[in-house]
Write a protein that binds this ligand. Structure first.
Ligand code: RB5
Length: 148
């Protein structure tokens, strides 16, 4: 049986990395919901963060991956939605801790600042690491963030 559906979205600064991670997700037997963008033309990252929020809110995707040039703009935009816990990560350690401690449901990467192999490793770790709960559950709840 295929694994959970993972949504992917990026602006023009992340389009190449998005294509690579899409391939990786398919290899890992995940369903993929590709929300664009699909080419080099300049687009606005808040629109793609909003599309991701809708995919998660509706249940069309369990988790997501967002990419812009640095990951900064698109993570700020995504975290405006109360049910999104988007974590901009720099390496496999922050990808792991984003799940263990923050129960992040969206992985955010910088397409212009992270190499492809590190990005694939971050994706795999993000998908396979469970939330630790306990004291971290209390902290997530204190931020008023609904778990989904
Ligand atoms: C687009 O040029 C760039 O500003 C965007 O991808 C991102 O890095 C913003 O935070």
């Amino acid at each position: 049986m295929p694994r959970d559906v993972i949504a992917l979205a990026s602006d023009h600064g992340g389009v190449e990395l998005k294509a690579l991670l899409k391939e990786e997700l398919l290899k890992l037997d995940h369903g993929v919901l590709d929300l664009g963008t699909d080419g080099p033309d300049s687009v606005d990252y808040p629109d793609f963060a909003e599309a991701m929020a809708e995919a998660i809110r509706s249940g069309n995707a369990k988790r997501g991956v967002l990419i812009c040039g640095t990951g900064i703009g698109i993570s700020i935009a995504a975290n405006r939605f109360p049910f999104i816990r988007a974590a901009l990560v720099a390496d496999v350690t922050t990808a792991r801790l984003a799940r263990q401690h923050n129960d992040a449901n969206v992985l955010v990467l910088g397409g212009r600042v992270m190499g492809p192999e590190t990005a694939k490793d971050c994706l795999r770790i993000f998908l396979e690491t469970p939330f630790e709960g306990g004291r971290h559950q209390r902290r997530v709840e204190k931020m008023g963030l609904a778990r989904n």
